[in-house]
Structures are given as structure tokens and as C-alpha cells.
Write a protein that binds this ligand. Structure first.
Ligand code: SF4
Length: 380
């Protein structure tokens, strides 16, 4: 699917890899924050953006900008405005800032109003202080209501919460209490992630030593997922992706680009990008990243995707959406007929009630969502 870069607006991801402390479950690329190291990083980030524009001036037209991390709310509002100033975007562009609850203050929100940020993604994770402690999160559950109230007072009306489920020692009761408290403040969007622990994380080590309860059994995880889906659905949230729920019209425009295999520009250390047919990931190490930028290199080790890979990505990412994938789009863009190529597998999955067809759209059934990886694996 060769796409003409000049004919589209692009989704832009900016990675800010600094954190005040390191959470014991985290596997994202992040380093300890200091004012001087963030300032140096910003110099390279600006240089990287300029380098991209030298080669592809049309990448300056953004439909969304997402500041992710790390902890991007360690940026000053002026830094955010300066980074956004590289891009042209329409009024309806979605500009998201991941924000740590501790950084939600009157002063910061008031300064953010002088930037294009119009969506806040808040890493709440849990409304249970014991669970927050387990995750090394420094905020307290009882602060959240006032913090959200403050965001509303400053006119932020597109707020997303992150919730982590499947925590050591979790139970359906604890999860339900969490959901009740999430729903009390009614964010426009909720992302629910299953805790996946790498064996070399401090939290995994604590579980191994018996200092923390073990992770829940698969059967409880499936029940937790079901509880999340049913409670959020009952509260009026649409499940539009395996892990994402929103009030009507409040899907994440930026993340939809990933799931719909649309191009996106990834900037900053460890950021990934997709400029068809190229996929690339920047070095997950500040000094390698600086070195590449210094040498004028963009998209290091970019891989040119074969059409087979692009088809697999389209199916794999698209089936995460509850609307599924458009089989006609697969035919038109890739000249690929999934029903012809995977007829037997599709028949089996239909008979097991794992997939559904609605017009030209093929999607996973509700009961297949929790085991999506296995089902999608059959089709790519
Ligand atoms: S704040 Fe986020 S990125 Fe930083 S260590 Fe914690 S989980 Fe990881």
C-alpha cells in the first residue's frame, strides 16, 4: 500500500523518556529526570524534526500529536508549544498529553491552555492505594476526584484514564470498586491494560521472592476482563477496541491511526514510526539516539515492509477494533482476498462463534476478544 505522503495529514508521536522515579512493572524506555538532561534531549528532538522535514516537508501537516513517555508532563508548557509549532494542524486535530496525576496543578493546567493540547491521558492505573503502592505510583486515589475537577475547570473536556487489571492479589471485588470510582468521575475515554510482567522487572522479582502475592490465574483474568467490558458498557461506554472504551465520539483519533495501519511519524528515543512502506524504531538509548541525529540520520534501520507483511499488520491491528477490518479495503489496497486465502480457517472460526461478518467487515466476536491473539494468529 504505497501512499502519497503529500496527500495526507499524519499522526505524530513524540516520546519523552524521563521519569522522576522508576515504577517496578515498567518496561518502557525511560531514564531518570534532570532539568539539564531534558533540555539536552529537547535540542535533539527539535533537530530530528527538522531533519525529517528536510526530506519530507509534507510531514509537517499533523492530524494528531501524542506526547507519550516516560513522563511527558515533565515538559514545561512552553516546551510543548515549541514542539507543536513545527506542525500545521486543523482545529479538530487531537493533541494529547500523557500526564502524571501529581503534575495536575492549577499552574500547569493554566499554562497548558496556552498550548494546543486538547486531550489529557492520565496514568491513574488504580483507585486503590494498596495497588498504587504495589505499582510504585506516587499519587493517592483520594486526590483524583479533585484533580479531574481542576482539569474540567480549565476546560479540558477530553480526558482519558488508564486502568491496569490483573494485578498481584487482585479480585473481582477490588476491580469493581476501581471501576465504580473511575465511573464516578466519568472520563471520556478509558484504556484498560492487562498487567504483563517481564521477568527482569523489580515487581516480578518481588513476586518470585514471595514478598507480593502471585499474579491471578488465567480464569480470573478472563472474568476481570468480562467485568470491565460489562460494567463500562452498562455505563454507556462503547468498546471500540480490545482494551479501549469511550463515550460516544470520543475514540482516540491518534491511536485509531495505529489500528487502521495509517502512517505515523515517531520522534524521540525509542519511538517507532510507519511511513509506508517503511517501519522504523529509533534507538532506545539516549547516546545512540543523539549520535544518529548528530550524523543527520533519520529512520535508522528502517525496514521496507513487503506487501505480505503489510497485509499481516493490517489484519493483526485492524481486528483489534470491534468494527473489524474491511475485506474490500484489503482487496482494493493489497489485491488480497482473505476469504479465498484463509477459507478453511474462517469457516472453523465462524463455526466456533469467534468471528462475525457485517457487510464487508470481518470482526472478532465478543467472546473472542480476550483470546484475540490466538484467533488473529490463525488468520495471518
Ligand atoms: S511513570 Fe510510566 S514510563 Fe515512567 S517508570 Fe512509571 S510506568 Fe514507566
Amino acid at each position: 500500500m504505497e501512499q502519497d505522503i503529500s496527500s495526507r495529514q499524519i499522526a505524530v508521536y513524540l516520546h519523552i523518556p524521563f521519569c522522576l522515579t522508576h515504577c517496578g512493572y515498567c518496561t518502557f524506555f525511560s531514564v531518570h529526570y534532570s532539568k539539564s538532561s531534558l533540555e539536552l534531549y529537547l535540542q535533539y528532538l527539535h533537530k530530528e524534526i527538522d531533519l525529517f522535514f528536510q526530506y519530507h516537508p509534507d510531514l509537517a501537516y499533523a492530524k494528531s500529536i501524542y506526547f507519550g513517555g516516560g513522563t511527558p508532563s515533565l515538559l514545561r508548557a512552553e516546551d510543548i508549544a515549541e514542539l507543536c509549532a513545527h506542525f500545521n494542524f486543523a482545529e479538530e486535530a487531537e493533541i494529547t498529553l500523557e500526564i502524571n496525576p501529581l503534575q495536575i496543578t492549577k499552574n500547569y493546567l493554566s499554562a497548558l491552555k496556552n498550548t494546543p493540547v486538547n486531550r489529557l491521558s492520565i496514568g491513574i492505573q488504580s483507585m486503590d492505594n494498596e495497588e498504587l503502592n504495589l505499582l510504585d505510583r506516587k499519587h493517592k486515589a483520594e486526590q483524583i476526584k479533585d484533580k479531574i475537577e481542576l482539569c474540567r475547570q480549565f476546560g479540558f473536556n477530553n480526558i482519558s484514564f488508564d486502568l491496569i487489571y490483573g494485578l498481584p492479589g487482585s479480585s473481582l471485588k477490588k476491580l469493581k470498586d476501581n471501576l465504580i470510582q473511575f465511573l464516578y468521575v466519568k472520563p471520556e475515554h478509558i484504556s484498560c491494560y492487562l498487567l504483563t510482567l517481564d521477568s527482569d522487572t523489580p515487581l516480578a522479582a518481588k513476586i518470585k521472592k514471595g514478598k507480593v502475592p502471585p499474579l491471578p490465574a488465567d480464569s480470573l483474568l478472563a472474568e476481570e476482563y468480562e467485568l470491565i467490558c460489562s460494567e463500562l458498557n452498562r455505563a454507556g461506554y462503547e468498546q471500540y477496541e480490545i482494551s479501549n472504551f469511550c463515550l460516544p465520539g470520543k475514540q482516540s483519533k491518534h491511536n485509531l491511526c495505529y489500528w487502521k495501519s495509517m502512517p505515523y511519524l515517531g520522534l524521540g528515543a525509542s519511538a517507532s514510526g510507519f511511513l509506508p512502506p517503511y517501519r522504523y524504531t529509533n534507538p532506545s538509548n539516549l547516546y545512540d539516539y543523539y549520535d544518529h541525529v548528530e550524523k543527520g540520520l533519520i529512520m535508522p534501520e528502517a525496514e521496507s515492509c513487503s506487501s505480505k507483511q503489510m497485509i499481516a499488520d493490517f489484519i493483526m491491528m485492524g481486528l483489534r477494533l470491534t468494527e473489524g477490518i474491511d475485506l474490500n479495503e484489503l482487496k482494493n489496497h493489497f489485491n488480497y482476498d482473505l476469504e479465498e486465502d484463509k477459507g478453511l480457517q474462517l469457516e472453523k472460526l465462524y463455526s466456533l462463534g469467534m468471528i462475525e461478518k457485517n457487510g464487508s467487515y470481518l470482526s472478532l466476536s465478543t467472546k473472542a476478544l480476550f483470546v484475540s491473539n490466538t484467533i488473529i494468529g490463525e488468520l495471518i
